[in-house]
Design a protein around this ligand. Structure first.
Ligand SMILES: C[S@@+](CC[C@H](N)C(=O)[O-])C[C@H]1O[C@@H](n2cnc3c(N)ncnc32)[C@H](O)[C@@H]1O
Length: 328
């Protein structure tokens, strides 16, 4: 084994203080308005990334198992349809399902490198030391970057497959999703290439809600973690336990909303953002949307970014879809 591949350096594309600056901007924009919101990327410090991994093991949280099952059954077909030289995974987290794709792409013949992209340093470090033990023939890169604003900084070598797994696209609201897909299309360039997209499918709320509100409370702990991040990064004084975890199905938008509900009226100081905010008793802070899709919406949103479907697969329960899309 090549020892230089066991401890991979993370390439930082986030400018100095980028995270602190964007956290401050997001907090001012999201908490300084009547209907309070925060973007979900702030869940993922080390503890948040670990809690997300625990969520993926919960019996109620079916998306990870469904996506793994689709990859087990169809990764070879995906790789045969789009035999990439570089696999770029956005929001790669633990990269735990990635070996299914790496093995299939290596068997298809052309794969030379894997690039993991995430805002979470701790997730990148863990994933890459794991992968480098088993894939010493590949060039592995870990890139700390924001997939919403920094795709133009990613490597553009060879024919690329961009994987966006875990249903993470559902965390973007429709306008942000449209912008994101246009940037992915640009990243694929003219040299062919493909997007492999994992999406949760619209299901009855009796199936969806427990996946975001498990009885063991792991998802609640994950949700509250964003308040711990604000306390640590902005010197805020959130009483984390004074917020209740709530998951609701928004029928009109076809998305799950995770919220934190204040159990009492309170003021919160956020000196790092120059803010003092007030919560009424029972006031909600929306921390995540997780949009679920119908096949026709997947097709339409891809088409709007000049991407056409080259293959689509679902799990046996039809709760989750993986779509391979190519530029047209
Ligand atoms: C729902 S998890 C999915 C993780 C993994 N892909 C999976 O399928 O299990 C979302 C991942 O995206 C990362 N993430 C969220 N927002 C991001 C952003 N704007 N830029 C880069 N990574 C982001 C998080 O740190 C986290 O690892």
């Amino acid at each position: 084994m090549n020892p230089s591949k066991t401890a991979l350096e993370i390439v930082h594309h986030l400018p100095p203080h980028y995270l602190e600056r964007t956290l401050r901007e997001d907090v001012r924009a999201g908490l300084g308005k009547p209907a309070k919101t925060l973007p979900p990327k702030w869940f993922y410090d080390q503890r948040g990334s670990e809690l997300f991994e625990q969520i993926t093991q919960l019996p109620e949280y079916f998306p990870t198992r469904a996506e793994r099952r689709i990859l087990e059954d169809h990764a070879r077909e995906m790789a045969g349809t789009s035999p990439a030289e570089t696999l770029i995974e956005l929001g790669s987290g633990s990269s735990r399902k990635t070996p299914l794709l790496l093995d299939a792409l290596m068997d298809a013949g052309d794969l030379r490198s894997y690039v993991a992209v995430d805002v979470s340093d701790s997730a990148l470090t863990g994933a890459n030391s794991e992968l480098s033990r088993n894939y010493s023939d590949l060039t592995l890169q870990a890139v700390a970057a924001d997939f919403e604003s920094q795709l133009q900084l990613l490597p553009k070598d060879g024919r690329r497959m961009v994987a966006f797994l875990g249903g993470t696209i559902g965390n973007l609201e429709p306008d942000a999703r449209a912008q994101f897909l246009i940037q992915v299309r640009e990243l694929l360039g003219q040299a062919g290439g493909s997007l492999l997209l994992g999406t949760g499918l619209v299901q009855p709320p009796e199936i969806l809600i427990p996946a975001y509100d498990d009885p063991s409370g792991v998802t609640a702990d994950f949700n509250r973690n964003v308040l711990r991040v604000l306390n640590a990064e902005l010197g805020a004084d959130f009483d984390v336990e004074a917020f209740e975890h709530v998951a609701v199905w928004n029928e009109a938008e076809e998305w799950i909303e995770m919220r934190l509900r204040a159990t009492r009226a309170m003021y919160v100081q956020l000196p790092g953002a120059g803010l003092e905010i007030h919560f009424d008793q029972s006031e909600d802070l929306r921390t995540e949307v997780s949009a679920k899709f119908r096949p026709e919406r997947i097709e339409a949103e891809l088409a709007a970014a000049q991407l056409t479907i080259a293959g689509q697969w679902t799990d046996p329960d039809k709760r989750y879809a993986m779509t391979l899309a190519e530029p047209f």
